[in-house]
Design a protein around this ligand. Structure first.
Ligand SMILES: [Zn+2]
Length: 126
C-alpha cells in the first residue's frame, strides 16, 4: 500500500475504523447477549494460516467457534453447527436464526432480571 492511498484512507475513514483496518481486534469485543467481555482466541498453522477462531462469553453461553471449516454456534439453549461444505443459502439461514436467538436470549435475560427484582421487592430509585 503506497503512501498516497494511506493518506486517502486516513481522510475518508473514521479513526477507529482506520485503526481496525491495520490492527484487527485491537479492543475487547463485547458479548452481543449480555455485553460481557468475550474471550477471543485464534490458532494459526504455518501452512494453512488461520485454522481456528473462538469467541465465547463466560457470563452466558454465547459461543462462536470456527475450527477447520466447521462453525459451531451457541446461545442460550440453542446451538447448531455448519460446515465448510454447507451451501451459502443454508449458512445464511443459520446465521439469521443465530442472530434471532441472540435477540431472544437477550430479552429472556432482561425479563428474568426484572422478575428477580420484583420478587425481592426492589423498586426503581425514583
Ligand atoms: Zn454473554
Amino acid at each position: 500500500m503506497n503512501n498516497r492511498w494511506r493518506q486517502i484512507k486516513k481522510l475518508t475513514m473514521p479513526a477507529w475504523e482506520y485503526y481496525e483496518f491495520y490492527y484487527p481486534d485491537p479492543k475487547p469485543q463485547l458479548c452481543p447477549v449480555c455485553r460481557g467481555k468475550l474471550d477471543v482466541s485464534s490458532y494459526h498453522e504455518e501452512y494453512h494460516g488461520c485454522v481456528e477462531t473462538y469467541k465465547g462469553c463466560k457470563g452466558c453461553s454465547y459461543t462462536r467457534h470456527w475450527s477447520y471449516g466447521t462453525t459451531y454456534l451457541e446461545v442460550g439453549k440453542w446451538s447448531t453447527k455448519y460446515f465448510y461444505s454447507t451451501p451459502d443459502k443454508e449458512v445464511e439461514r443459520i446465521e439469521d436464526a443465530f442472530a434471532r436467538e441472540i435477540v431472544k436470549e437477550r430479552n429472556r435475560r432482561k425479563m428474568e432480571r426484572q422478575k428477580y427484582y420484583r420478587k425481592r421487592g426492589w423498586r426503581k430509585a425514583k
